[in-house]
Write a protein that binds this ligand. Structure first.
Ligand code: SF4
Ligand code: SF4
Length: 130
């Protein structure tokens, strides 16, 4: 991970086509845990645009203040954070037929190391960081 979409999202679909790894799901996608309310970023897929762009493309495209915010890196250090979030329904981590739940211990993801943990823990708006 990862970035997170909040309830400020107006489901305009400006972000999803910009994602280089197809990590963003529309509000009506059955893999979206937010039950049709707003868009969702799959933390097990998002690479924070590392290797693709200088800043997250989705946040660049988003017209809504506070709709796309920082979340914790998708690394083993945050294994329980994502496992518990998945159990509680704030995430819907992909279940692989052979590998099981694709938690960070199965496959971690790139993240922007320069972004401080304070911004991630407080789910600060991504657009304010660039
Ligand atoms: S930060 Fe990049 S990889 Fe992650 S959801 Fe946004 S566009 Fe996709
Ligand atoms: S661009 Fe922003 S407001 Fe539009 S769907 Fe994506 S997160 Fe929601």
């Amino acid at each position: 991970m990862a970035l997170m979409i909040t309830e400020a999202c107006i489901s305009c679909d400006a972000c999803a086509p910009e994602c280089p790894v197809s990590a963003i799901l529309a509000e009506d996608n059955i893999k979206n845990p937010y039950e049709g309310d707003y868009f969702y970023i799959k933390p097990e897929t998002c690479v924070e645009c590392v290797g693709h762009a200088d800043a997250p493309r989705c946040a660049d495209a988003c017209p809504t203040d506070g709709a796309i915010v920082w979340d914790m890196p998708y690394t083993e250090a945050f294994e329980s954070y994502y496992a518990e979030g998945n159990t509680e329904g704030s995430y819907k981590i992909r279940e692989h037929k052979k590998k099981g739940l694709m938690l960070p211990s199965v496959k971690s993801q790139s993240f922007i190391e320069e972004i401080g943990m304070d911004l991630r823990e407080s789910h600060a708006a991504v657009a304010d960081s660039f």
